[in-house]
Design a protein around this ligand. Structure first.
Ligand SMILES: CC(C)(COP(=O)(O)OP(=O)(O)OC[C@H]1O[C@@H](n2cnc3c(N)ncnc32)[C@H](O)[C@@H]1OP(=O)(O)O)[C@@H](O)C(=O)NCCC(=O)NCCS
Length: 189
């Protein structure tokens, strides 16, 4: 990866909530705008990234937000859950990646992989056996990325988007999986 020396991963704290809200809205919008109407998107963003809701999430025991910095610029973020919140998966041995986003202009440079490596490192430290996530079945770019990172599909999960019910594919990856994507990231869970 180019310029990996410039990269740092740091926990996001409550006093950074506005920064978190801004990057969450921008990256979600950029990723999914073409899939839905402007109105549906606006309603979703207002609810999903409401400041009070995000504050609760950031304070929740067992959840961690991390920012990825390139120099002093925040170019992405990740949300990890020690205990799954949104599905019937309730396995103490797993770590959930609930959100992973790299700013549009920085995608394709190995930064997503860097965040996955960080997650694997944290999962290992927490003595978890595998990492799992849900990805919208129509988000084909993310699906290709996850497969490349060693994730495999193991189920499906419905979710509501506007008036429609959509499907998330559930994917997991053992922390011991081969091929390993290596680990060079740092940070504390
Ligand atoms: C998905 C995402 C996190 C991946 O991060 P990224 O920095 O763009 O991906 P990377 O550059 O780290 O790619 C890692 C590997 O996956 C491959 N890859 C990534 N996206 C790919 C794509 N669309 N098609 C083919 N290969 C892809 C890369 O070629 C690279 O392979 P390599 O290790 O052999 O070089 C990022 O693109 C993103 O934020 N997308 C929008 C938000 C999103 O969809 N998040 C997931 C919601 S579930």
């Amino acid at each position: 990866m180019k310029h990996s020396k410039d990269l740092t991963i740091r926990k996001c704290y409550k006093n950074q909530i506005i920064i978190l809200q801004n990057i969450s809205i921008k990256t979600y919008y950029d990723t999914f705008r073409s899939f839905t109407s402007e109105e549906t998107m606006k309603t979703y963003l207002e609810e999903a990234y409401d400041i009070k809701k995000l504050s609760k999430e950031i304070m929740a025991k067992g959840s961690f937000f991390y920012f990825l910095y390139k120099g002093s610029e925040i170019i992405g973020y990740i949300k990890l859950n020690k205990k799954p919140f949104r599905s019937d998966i309730n396995d103490e041995e797993s770590l959930e990646i609930e959100r992973i986003y790299i700013q549009k202009e920085h995608q394709g440079n190995g930064y997503g992989k860097y965040l996955i490596n960080h997650s694997i490192k944290i999962a290992t430290r927490l003595k978890k056996k595998y990492i799992w996530l849900g990805v919208w079945e129509r988000n084909s770019k993310a699906l290709v990325f996850y497969k490349k990172m060693g994730f495999e599909e193991f189920g499906k999960y419905p979710f509501r988007m506007g008036d429609e019910v959509q499907t998330d594919l559930l994917m997991n990856r053992s922390v011991y999986a081969s091929p390993s994507v290596g680990s060079s990231a740092s940070g504390n869970a």
